[in-house]
Design a protein around this ligand. Structure first.
Ligand SMILES: Cc1ncc(COP(=O)(O)O)c(C=O)c1O
Length: 459
């Protein structure tokens, strides 16, 4: 592929050496694509095909991928939807449907809707399918971080970021305290940006709302302040700011004061080179964790190209690079679950999916309300609860002078038979426990909190 436009963008300048190097070679795909259209006998496909009757007793005359007959016991989907490879970037129809879904979710107010939706439709790439959000994180971090380079992330973050960024990629995390006075610590973020800007020509940030482990989602005011800060930083530094938006838990917001769609949308509307990358997936959003289907979608800027034709080519160039990442790591993703995703949207429609999911969301919301109200009853100066309004978790900070988080979790488990995840990072100012209320029945919550309260009194 010829990269005519991407190399002129600030987005490209922010790429890691790997990001600059990677692309999806046409070789096999070029020839197999042509053979599909032009050949009478196709010898380009690297998987076994035959007439079904030649390998299955009672099979049909149809030319299908060869399969073991028992697979039919587990699904009544046509074998062509289960057995073959999916395309490198994902099944085109599934990608298109997810793109529509992303656009559908942008609940802009009527006044601004038309303009903003038009921009969204035109200037986001068609999502590339990855193996879950985890793989999307790996892929996007690889695209921007050379070994030794920094990405900014709050101290309370999903632990796997550290595995991916530090252990796997050899890059570094510039951490900052997530909260100050029960709000997002924008001063901390600002200082982290300033510090990183002294060392590299790009700023890369990863955010995740609702957050794991705290359940924090910004209020509308906080979201605005966050965006204002990025704009100010951009205008003084003039370095591209890549914002990787981990939307694994996007729909699960339980409080009307907090943003209920991804920050990707507002970031995408900015003219500055504040470039959002949306990572989402069916794993939590459609409650199919083991389906391992995630999506990477990039918001490009209108001013990077001269006209619509050029931006269409630019999007294809970017998609090609992401496909190059897939091809060189996982090759392609689970076909079956891509088809299931597609079918769910086609057969049920967006609204039905959301209505069905709302039953689960309502359950989680009840638990969220219950657990927070039970925690409010605890009068103990040695704990604080981080602001939370969504997702699957909340976080209790423990006074380190009284007890270490791991010691507390061990005690809680041994004496009170309650399991939680301790997070203890002295260097990053964290000592506390994460409670996954997503998997605790509402009626057990008072007992859970009462046991935690009793355990606290033991120290
Ligand atoms: C913040 C966050 N991002 C991503 C993931 C991973 O999602 P997936 O299962 O789609 O890989 C998780 C899962 O625990 C998570 O908490």
């Amino acid at each position: 592929m010829e990269f005519k436009y991407i190399e002129k963008t600030p987005f490209y300048n922010a790429f890691s050496k790997l990001g600059k190097r990677i692309f999806l070679p046409d070789g096999i795909f070029y020839w197999s694509g042509r053979a599909k259209k032009e050949a009478e006998i196709i010898g380009t496909i690297g998987s076994a095909f035959a007439k079904e009757k030649d390998f299955i007793d009672g099979g049909s005359d149809e030319w299908v991928p060869c399969y073991l007959k028992d697979i039919k016991n587990y699904s009544n989907l046509h074998i062509k939807n289960i057995v073959p490879y999916a395309s490198i970037g994902g099944l085109p129809d599934t990608r298109e449907i997810w793109k529509k879904y992303i656009i559908e979710k942008a609940s802009y107010d009527e006044e601004t809707e038309k303009e903003k939706i038009a921009r969204l439709k035109k200037y986001i790439t068609t999502p590339i399918i990855t193996s879950g959000v985890t793989n999307g994180i790996f892929l996007s971090c690889s695209m921007f971080l050379n070994p030794g380079e920094y990405i900014i992330s709050p101290n309370k973050r999903w632990g796997n970021y550290d595995n991916i960024i530090v252990k796997h990629l050899g890059a570094r995390i510039k951490s900052f305290d997530f909260f100050k006075d029960n709000k997002m610590n924008l001063q901390g973020l600002k200082e982290a940006i300033l510090e990183v800007s002294k060392m590299q020509e790009k700023i890369v940030i990863i955010i995740n709302f609702p957050n794991n482990p705290t359940g924090y989602t910004p209020t509308f005011d906080e979201a605005k302040e966050f965006i204002d800060l990025l704009r100010k930083m951009y205008s003084s530094l003039k370095k591209p700011i890549i914002v990787i938006v981990d939307d694994a838990y996007e729909p699960y917001v339980y409080n009307d004061d907090n943003i209920n769609i991804s920050l990707f949308y507002d970031l995408h509307q900015l003219d500055e080179d504040i470039i959002p990358i949306k990572l989402d997936g069916i794993t939590k959003e459609l409650l199919m964790y083991g389906g391992r289907i995630g999506f990477v979608t990039i918001g490009i800027k209108p001013n990077w190209t001269k006209n619509d034709d050029e931006s269409e080519i630019l999007k294809k160039e970017i998609e090609n690079k992401l496909e190059g990442m897939n091809r060189s790591s996982i090759s392609n993703c689970n076909h079956f679950y891509q088809v299931i995703t597609q079918k769910m949207f086609i057969e049920n429609g967006f609204n039905q999916i959301i209505t069905d999911r709302n039953k689960v969301k309502d359950l989680l919301k009840e638990r969220y309300e219950k657990i927070n109200s039970e925690l409010e009853k605890i009068d103990n100066p040695n704990i604080t609860i981080d602001p939370n309004s969504g997702g699957f978790f909340l976080f209790i900070n423990l006074n380190r002078d009284i007890v270490k988080a791991t010691e507390f979790a061990d005690h809680l488990l041994k004496k009170y038979k309650v399991g939680v995840i301790p997070i203890e990072k002295v260097n990053e100012n964290i000592n506390g426990i994460r409670i996954a209320y997503c998997s605790i029945d509402k009626h057990q919550i008072p007992e859970l909190i009462s046991r935690i309260n009793s355990a606290l009194k033991d120290f």
